[in-house]
Design a binder for this molecule. Sequence first.
Ligand code: XIL
Length: 365
Amino acid sequence: MALTPTRRDLLAGAAAAIGAPSASVTASQSYPVFRALAARRGLLWGSAVEPQVMDADADFAALVRRECAVLTPENAMKWNALRPAPGQFDFSAADRVVALARAQNAYVHGHCLAWHEAMPDWLMQALNPSTGRELLTGHILSVVSRYAGQVRSWDVVNEGVERADYRPDGLRASPWLKALGPGYIDLAFHTAHEADPRARLGFADYGLEYDDVRWMVEKRCAMLIMLKGLLARGVPIDALALQGHLDAARPPSFGPGLGEFLDRVADLGLEIYVTELDVSDQTIPGDPAARDQVVAGVYHAFLERVLRQPAVRMVNTWGLADRHTSKTTFFPRADGQPVRPLPFDADLQPKPAAFAIAEVLTGAY
Ligand code: XIL
């Protein structure tokens, strides 16, 4: 790790980073400033954002500005956003994310170049073994070169390992794999590297977090084998990204298994990112205050384990405040209560999760 701050440094940093609310974000209590707390330990803190939400909600944008050293486009750099029709590009939303990041002196984490979802219908129809190479490389060259020097890191392949597809190599039988074979992964990374040799290139996936979920433990093995293969073939990969979509209904089994997995990834010389951290309270009982405590405990347990590994260099939550979370639509509660998966609430006030995160970041636990 570049920075090895002492405990005294960390606490001094924490004090400096806890402050009174700015005029545009009202709060009745002191609040944690993630970007400052994280920076003290050589870590980048960020969030996924939607540019149209940032532009429509000035208070929320101010919160993002205060908290985030990285912005990840939640949807704006996916194929279905960038590629309305064959041969056409629409960079408007993606450009807006880059501009917002620049305006708040934040980096951009690009998401994502090859994924089995968010593929427009025209692409699904056009993609086959004879067109696949040109479609994949053409897209990556155009997009990555456009943002060369402006996007610090990319999720090059997203969710490319899937045990339930029962391939011996553990890879997901995605449309890209069906068209191009497993070599689509190498091709995507080589092409991204060619388009921007300075960008950090990552492989992102879910289901690597919990020690007590058998398929996740198995997926860690498949992931390590795949990563070793990439490195042995000289594929330019810099990082593994754990998405970090956590579930408050599960015991927070982020134990030695996760720690050892991260150690093995670090031993390969890779950086580690957490790119989509949130904690679903979709199915847990209780009033909001009770649920917030459970959610906070999950954030704390996860980060406490993950941040022990110095190769972890970036953490992005999947949204910042419960006011704007795609979980409202995709994972609603059966009782009709709003979901509360993020560190700040619908009024942009810090929740117990925000203080739990600050506690782990400062080492004050
Ligand atoms: C989700 C977004 O949050 C939604 O707004 C969108 O409708 C679908 O995609 N894994 C990923 C993310 O890598 O891109 C997904 O984001 C959530 C799961």
